[in-house]
Design a protein around this ligand. Structure first.
Ligand code: MEV
Length: 419
């Protein structure tokens, strides 16, 4: 199927080409064009349609003394319920305290096959003023706003690589384009002034100088469940956090739970969630061993939670500005800076982690999941809204919750059981 020159066509032409080549119907076309074509067409290449993900809000968050409603774009059932539940437990202890470091992003000019690394390192360090000036000249508007390239570092790596690291204050932006433009300008400077070629010039997603921290202090009695007293639950949560420090297999799942909350707010805020994912997981392995990102401890009768993560998000920037829903979500969140957004994100991660660990070490994760799971299963086998309430109650108490049981329950409700 030859669709070239597909990228040169406008939206209507691309759609017409697809319709013809793939035999799409008018109904297909209506489905595709039902959403606004403009934003997608401005944002990516070869735009076809909007692929929507449901958005809901998590509640009960109290961050630095302020109550927050948190928009989450997610297809995963239970994430919003768990975040709200974790936030409620934490709010009982006064809520979450969140803070951020300075927001410095880092980019690298990477040089390969360096024969005299000590000499090159010295020359690069001597060139620091010119390097910073060249970087800043490549993006003067950020300097006017008080940001720009602030410092450099030179690292000698294995296999004869040298990395010139440039740290950049991108203010309210995530700043990927800005950073890359600065780095490419520096790479040219090195070629012209030092005769030094580079392999590549690109930002690093391991933003370990753009960190956010959330802490909380929960009276253990708030954690009491039907089977366990609050202290026992707290002790088991501490063990769960220790297990994620020593076992990368457990750490991966532990951190996935944290990112269940963070990614979906990153998405709702119009940010690049892949950048945050790579940043966070690289940070989790920063001492050479992949570990859980949160830490839970008991002090007297309080469970103390702590989570620190790199969160190189932006509050402004091309696609964020264009995305009206992201703008609306900023208003729902009542944040007006990137640092405030970071504070919400890290707090959501902590609440999500608490909810997951508490469920895992007490009643298990399935009970909470099964309510929504049962509903999705019934809908997937054709239950109507009128049938749902009865069918869901039956399915949830069935020994096996799967599609076959869901079908069987519907048949029974419809009196079709005797075929
Ligand atoms: C499921 O999406 C997330 C959990 O597996 C997280 C965890 O195990 O900590 C429940």
């Amino acid at each position: 199927m030859n669709l070239t020159p597909f990228y040169k066509q406008n939206y209507e032409q691309r759609l017409a080409m697809l319709k013809e080549k793939l035999g799409l119907t008018d109904v297909d076309e209506a489905l595709i064009t039902g959403k606004t074509a403009t934003l997608g067409n401005q944002t990516i290449e070869n735009y076809l349609m909007d692929f929507s993900i449901p958005e809901g809000v998590a509640v009960n968050f109290k961050i630095n003394g302020k109550e927050k409603v948190v928009p989450m774009a997610t297809e995963e059932p239970s994430v919003i319920a768990a975040a709200s539940n974790g936030a409620k437990i934490i709010a009982a202890g006064g809520g979450i305290q969140a803070s951020t470091t300075e927001r410095l992003m880092m980019g690298q000019v990477l040089m390969a096959n360096v024969q005299k690394p000590v000499q090159l390192t010295q020359r690069l360090l001597q060139y620091k003023p010119e390097i910073l000036q060249t970087a800043n000249d490549a993006h003067p508007s950020i300097v006017k706003r008080g940001g720009g390239a602030k410092k450099i570092r030179v690292r000698k790596l294995a296999h004869q690589f040298i990395s010139l690291d440039i740290f950049i204050d991108t203010k309210e932006a995530m700043g990927a384009n800005m950073i890359n433009a600065m780095l490419e300008a520096v790479a040219k400077l090195l070629k012209v002034k030092l005769g030094q070629t580079s392999l590549m010039a690109i930002l690093s997603n391991l933003a370990d100088e753009c960190l956010a921290t959330a802490t909380c202090r929960i009276p253990v009695k708030v954690l009491t469940t039907k089977q366990l007293n609050g202290k026992e639950v707290a002790q088991r949560i501490v063990l769960a956090s220790e297990a994620a420090q020593v076992d990368p297999y457990r750490a991966a799942t532990h951190n996935k739970g944290i990112m269940n909350g963070i990614d979906v707010v990153v998405m709702a805020s119009g940010n690049d969630w892949r950048a945050i994912e790579s940043s966070v997981h690289a940070y989790a392995a920063r001492d050479g061993h992949y570990r859980g990102l949160s830490c839970w401890q008991i002090e007297n009768d309080f469970l103390i939670g702590n989570l620190t993560l790199p969160l190189p998000v932006g509050f402004v920037g091309g696609s964020i500005k264009l995305n009206q829903k992201a703008q609306l979500n900023h208003r729902i969140l009542q944040v007006s800076t990137a640092k405030e957004l970071e504070e919400v994100l890290v707090s959501v991660g902590l609440a999500q982690n608490l909810a997951a660990l508490k469920a895992l070490v007490s009643e298990g994760i399935q009970r909470g999941h099964m309510h929504l799971q049962a509903k999705s299963l019934l809908l997937s086998v054709g239950a109507t809204t009128a049938e749902l309430a009865d069918a869901q109650a039956k399915l949830e108490s069935a020994p096996v919750i799967d599609q076959q049981t869901a079908r069987q329950i519907l048949k029974e409700l419809r009196g079709e059981n005797n075929e």
